[in-house]
Design a protein around this ligand. Structure first.
Ligand SMILES: NC(=O)c1ccc[n+]([C@@H]2O[C@H](COP(=O)([O-])OP(=O)(O)OC[C@H]3O[C@@H](n4cnc5c(N)ncnc54)[C@H](O)[C@@H]3O)[C@@H](O)[C@H]2O)c1
Ligand SMILES: O=c1ccn([C@@H]2O[C@H](COP(=O)(O)OP(=O)(O)O[C@H]3O[C@H](CO)[C@H](O)[C@H](O)[C@H]3O)[C@@H](O)[C@H]2O)c(=O)[nH]1
Length: 331
């Protein structure tokens, strides 16, 4: 049985990947400080509650576990916060990734899957954006991830046989486990779909719509929303690629088309059945106007088969999860 070490596996995306790894028969060890993750979200394997910057604990845990591959999800993820507190993001997302790579090198652990982001592209000249587009992040979050990608690229150049990685550039991840066991579970969520559905449930008085003067058809930002279970499957195909001797590579993870904020709000109103209040507000700092993935590379090269390219399904699974999450968080 192959062993996979998962940092950030108690978080939103990591927990869905851990679920998929468990169902596919991998042995999983999660390493997470539970800063935004939850113990109950780890459905398979064991959890070590630990801080990435704790080099000793990280190293001892990896030495004991001897994984065949590492998946690195642990990071801070909010664009707006990264603008107001950039060093927090460079420390956790870049410095802690660097230290993890040093420890892996010391222990000769050489297969790595990295959670990157569409934010590395900034405001691309052409959309859908291809993996080969220039990386010009417009916020510290994207820059912190771009720097980690650079570390990976340089390390694999130096050690082509001993270190191989796949960086997955996620677009906007949304939705929840179709079995209703896990989903996004933050005390103060900032993502559009989660905020909209919590507003529909009466947890916020209104949804703020950030920016209506973007150069898009309806003036609001366009994003490529990908269901979290399809993203989990992308990790499994990337893992098989590496374990079968595949080369280091980078793949976009999105469906290749997007929806405007107004379109998402309409679907959230339809699925919830609530005509919640929307307040048109100023642009949020650090937001590009439109970001969609050119997504054929992962399909053709890794045989990724997405199953949930349907905004209504994405929002419905998130809505079903919203009925449960508060009870989970107060457990
Ligand atoms: N959510 C998205 O739309 C999105 C898009 C692109 C990329 N990503 C990337 O995906 C990854 C997972 O994101 P998510 O949405 O699941 O966020 P999340 O906050 O739910 O998960 C991050 C997990 O990492 C843990 N963690 C953070 N810092 C840590 C540290 N120093 N030591 C130990 N554990 C730590 C947290 O407790 C949490 O469980 C991140 O790397 C993020 O940048 C997310
Ligand atoms: O209450 C809200 C929340 C969001 N938005 C808007 O909705 C769109 C999507 O915003 P999200 O916060 O849901 O997602 P982002 O596009 O900012 O960022 C997400 O996707 C990025 C890549 O595209 C990064 O990876 C990042 O980690 C991840 O949070 C943006 O135009 C934003 O301004 C609102 O109008 N109101």
């Amino acid at each position: 049985m192959k062993k996979i070490f998962v940092t950030g596996g108690a978080g939103y995306i990591g927990s869905h990947v851990v679920k998929a790894l468990g169902e596919a028969g991998y042995q999983v060890l999660v390493y997470d400080n539970l800063s935004t993750g939850n113990r109950w979200a780890v459905l398979h394997g064991d959890l070590v509650v630990g801080e990435l910057s704790d080099r000793q604990l990280l190293s001892n845990t990896l030495r004991d576990f001897q994984p065949d591959a590492v998946m690195h999800f642990a990071a801070f993820i909010e664009v707006a916060e990264s603008v107001s507190n950039p060093l927090k993001y460079y420390r956790n997302n870049t410095l802690n990734a660097l230290q993890l790579l040093e420890v892996l090198q010391e222990l000769n652990i050489g297969r790595f899957i990295f959670s990157s982001t569409a934010a590395v592209y900034g405001t691309p000249e052409e959309i859908p954006v291809a993996e080969t587009a220039p990386l010009e992040p417009i916020n510290p979050y994207g820059a912190s991830k771009m720097m980690s990608e650079r570390l990976l690229a340089d390390l694999t150049l130096a050690l082509p046989e001993d270190f191989r990685y796949v960086a997955l550039r996620y677009f906007n991840v949304a939705g929840a486990d179709s079995g209703g066991r896990i989903g996004q579970a933050y005390k103060n969520p900032t993502h559009l779909i989660t905020r909209a559905l919590k507003t529909a449930r009466g947890q916020y008085p209104a949804l703020q719509l950030f920016g209506t003067d973007y150069p898009t058809e309806d003036g609001t930002c366009i994003r490529d929303y990908i269901h979290v279970d399809d993203l989990a499957e992308a990790h499994l195909v990337a893992l098989r690629h590496l374990l079968n001797g595949g080369q280091s590579d980078i793949f976009n993870c999105g469906y290749g088309h997007g929806y405007s904020v107004r379109e998402v709000i309409e679907v959230a109103k339809k699925v919830s059945g609530v005509d919640f209040t929307v307040i048109e507000a100023d642009r949020r700092e650090g937001d590009p106007a439109a970001l969609t993935a050119k997504s054929d590379k992962i399909v053709s090269e890794l045989d990724w088969k997405p199953r949930h390219d349907d905004l209504e399904y994405i929002v419905r699974t998130a809505w079903e999860w919203e009925q449960k999450v508060d009870a989970k968080l107060s457990d």
